[in-house]
Ligand binder design. Structure first.
Ligand code: HEM
Ligand code: CA
Length: 171
């Protein structure tokens, strides 16, 4: 494995072509965080419900994604990300969503080697948070998470200093 990449048994594939993805394309920074380590072991994004990560994911989303997908994922030149229809059904899984963001898909949806692996997990958490449709069509949530699910409301505020895996003292 390339320097600093945690071990993984995930078979990561390009969303369009099915070709294997090369994690060594990722930035050197943000490769070996507890979140990335966990994701590469399990295929599950541990940042999903962590408020300390959501706030950071929102900032990344507004910089890197909203221009094409809309401010709340409602869709623009790229498809809506906040609803229950997916061009690529694998985006209903954390692994599939990671593959699409890291490796890209078609047309203007290029790879995101500019983001660190850790930033991709944070932006995924925010994309999931933007979801507004029926919880029955949200298989990325655990049963416990489904019980607590509330559709995203525009204008919701988060504390800047929420405790969690992405808190300032843990970066
Ligand atoms: C497709 C996420 C940035 C344009 C997608 C899909 C996802 C996604 C999950 C697949 C949706 C589906 O299966 O229905 C993101 C995220 C971004 C990002 C999280 C930021 C990190 C961008 C940017 C552009 C863009 C900057 C424009 C330059 C598109 C287009 C598609 C797409 C045109 C359709 C591609 C296809 O159907 O193969 N994006 N995207 N995206 N995105 Fe993005
Ligand atoms: Ca959609």
């Amino acid at each position: 494995a390339a320097a600093g990449l945690p071990p993984t048994s995930l078979d990561l594939r390009n969303t369009d072509t099915g070709e294997p993805l090369d994690l060594s394309m990722a930035q050197e920074e943000g490769r070996d965080t507890p979140g990335v380590r966990k994701f590469l072991q399990t295929g599950v994004d541990p940042y999903l419900e962590d408020k300390s990560c959501l706030k950071k994911g929102e900032v990344i989303y507004l910089e890197a994604c909203s221009g094409c997908h809309g401010h709340v994922g409602e869709g623009k030149i790229g498809p809506g990300l906040n609803d229950d229809y997916w061009t690529y059904p694998k985006n209903e899984t954390d692994q599939g969503l990671f593959e699409t963001i890291f490796g890209g898909a078609r047309a203007q949806m290029g790879p995101h080697y500019d983001l660190t692996l850790d930033e991709i997990l944070k932006v995924m958490a925010w994309v999931r948070h933007l979801y507004k449709d029926d919880v029955k069509h949200a298989p990325w949530l655990t049963d416990a998470q489904k019980k607590n699910y509330r559709p995203f409301k525009v204008g919701e505020k988060f504390p800047e200093d929420a405790p969690g895996m992405c808190a300032a003292d843990k970066t």
